[in-house]
Design a protein. Structure first.
Length: 116
């Protein structure tokens, strides 16, 4: 009987051989393709928000809160500076609470956008 001596290099070569078989590799590739496809198409299901919440306190010239006051607030997006052309504008009619606070959802009104 002949004994074959295994050198350290032979042991290392056997340890480095791929252990996976062809069907397992194909399965892994298929899973990777499916995961990639899921993440690629995810942005198409996203939706823009209907608006953002805006809260403020209304005060008179003396600094006192205007409780239970009926107010009309106009929100505008201006081009360039505070005196620039209005690109978007919406008006909200609301009533302040007992502490002078109003809550609005900016962007919730249906208006026409103006492009410069």
């Amino acid at each position: 009987m002949k004994m074959i001596r295994q050198t350290a290099a032979t042991k290392m070569a056997k340890a480095c051989r791929p252990v996976t078989t062809a069907p397992v590799q194909e399965f892994i590739q298929a899973v990777c393709v499916i995961v990639f496809a899921m993440f690629s198409f995810t942005p198409s299901f996203c939706q823009a928000p209907k608006g953002f919440n805006y809260q403020t306190v209304l005060r008179d010239a003396s600094g006192n809160a205007r409780a239970a006051a009926s107010v009309e607030i106009t929100l505008s997006i201006l081009q360039g500076s505070a005196s620039g052309t209005s690109l978007y504008s919406e008006t909200h009619s609301t009533i302040t609470d007992k502490m002078g606070i109003i809550n609005l959802v900016a962007g919730s009104k249906v208006t026409m956008l103006k492009y410069a």
